[in-house]
Design a protein around this ligand. Structure first.
Ligand SMILES: [Zn+2]
Length: 187
């Protein structure tokens, strides 16, 4: 739980981290595992006995990786082509709807049920985070071997690595090796 995000945004971070590249762990390797994960994170509403399909799982993973692309873009990098369209499509499938909750409050809610609705609740959390300015602080570690989602709580939003002691140092060592190797080249 290093560098957790505040409030509901932590659920989005946990979703992106269902794939752990460094340890080669995939928590969503079957439709049942997806349903269990969504249930544990209170994204299923009041649905019981939900059965996900292989297509649900495929779409959930496609959304997860598009979210990771967004988190990588939060290092002032361009967003991968097609990543926004994946979120858009998930929003349409969920039929996210603005509901007026009284007291000048609006909430985004999915009209769809099932996995589509659950993924829509994740998107609603993101919409809230965009509105309050915390979304840009959710980042993915740019180390190819890591890609871990973390929350950048630094004052000037300058954090690059998930953990300076691990990925930051690895990058420094690699840069050092590349520089010295370059110096050793014959000719
Ligand atoms: Zn990392």
């Amino acid at each position: 739980m290093s560098n957790p995000a505040p409030g509901a945004l932590e659920t989005v971070r946990a979703f992106v981290n269902t794939r752990d590249t460094d340890d080669d762990i995939e928590l969503l390797s079957a439709p049942d595992e997806l349903v269990a994960w969504l249930g544990e994170h209170q994204l299923l509403g009041d649905e019981r006995d939900l059965h996900a399909t292989a297509a649900d799982l495929r779409r959930a993973i496609e959304l997860r990786e598009a979210l990771r692309a967004h988190l990588l873009s939060h290092h002032h990098e361009p967003l991968r082509d097609g990543a926004a369209a994946v979120l858009d499509a998930a929003s349409r499938r969920a039929r996210l709807t603005v509901r007026f909750a009284g007291g000048d409050e609006i909430v985004l809610e999915p009209e769809s049920g099932g996995v589509d609705g659950a993924l829509g609740r994740l998107l609603a959390i993101i919409a809230d985070a965009i509105a309050e300015g915390s979304w840009q602080r959710l980042k993915a570690c740019p180390a190819d071997t890591c890609q871990w989602a973390f929350y950048d709580a630094s004052r000037n939003r300058s954090a690059v690595w998930c953990d300076m002691r691990v990925c930051g140092n690895r990058a420094k060592v690699r840069g050092f090796r590349e520089r010295t190797r370059g110096g050793d080249q014959p000719g």
